[in-house]
Design a protein around this ligand. Structure first.
Ligand code: TYD
Length: 138
């Protein structure tokens, strides 16, 4: 177990500092380790709410705090890690089969998520006990 932790990483995106305002970017298979199939964003989160308590069977993703801050809580079936995202030039890469949820959203925070797959409900593992069973076999 713990098979996937080493794959989780913070990605530092380029930051073009400019007196007119900073600019950052990523491109598929360059700053991102995959090709983007889907982009979505989470916003207007009421204080104290939690989003995204699940794992994906094969999907990988990168999460960016474009504005404000929030925590991503990761679990590999054995241990938990909490990572605070609060810089718009940093992304968190999360491989497949990691349980994750987002919480502690600041007011007006904006979470951007890019993933290598289109939306497919079949990709989700929504039951933590089922998830733990699945990772214990790997
Ligand atoms: P979901 O991923 O279940 O959010 P959370 O894990 O935070 O509860 O998504 C909520 C709803 O939005 C769900 O009914 C599916 C829909 N959805 C899409 O249609 N496309 C998408 O790309 C995403 C992320 C969600």
């Amino acid at each position: 177990m713990g098979f996937n932790w080493h794959d989780i990483e913070i990605i530092d995106f380029p930051k073009i500092a400019d007196e007119r305002g900073n600019l950052s970017f990523f491109e598929s298979k360059k700053e991102l380790p995959f090709s983007i199939a889907r982009t979505y964003w989470i916003y207007d989160v009421p204080g104290g709410e939690i989003r995204g308590g699940h794992a994906y069977k094969k999907l990988q993703e990168v999460v960016v705090a474009l504005s404000g801050s929030f925590d991503i809580v990761l679990n590999d079936g054995q241990s938990t890690k909490r990572i605070t995202l609060n810089r718009s030039y940093m992304g968190l890469y999360i491989p497949k089969m990691i349980w994750r949820h987002l919480e502690n959203f600041s007011t007006n925070s904006l979470a951007l998520i890019v993933s290598d797959k289109h939306y497919n409900g079949e990709e989700y593992i929504r039951d933590f006990e089922e998830y733990k069973q699945l990772v214990s076999w790997i």
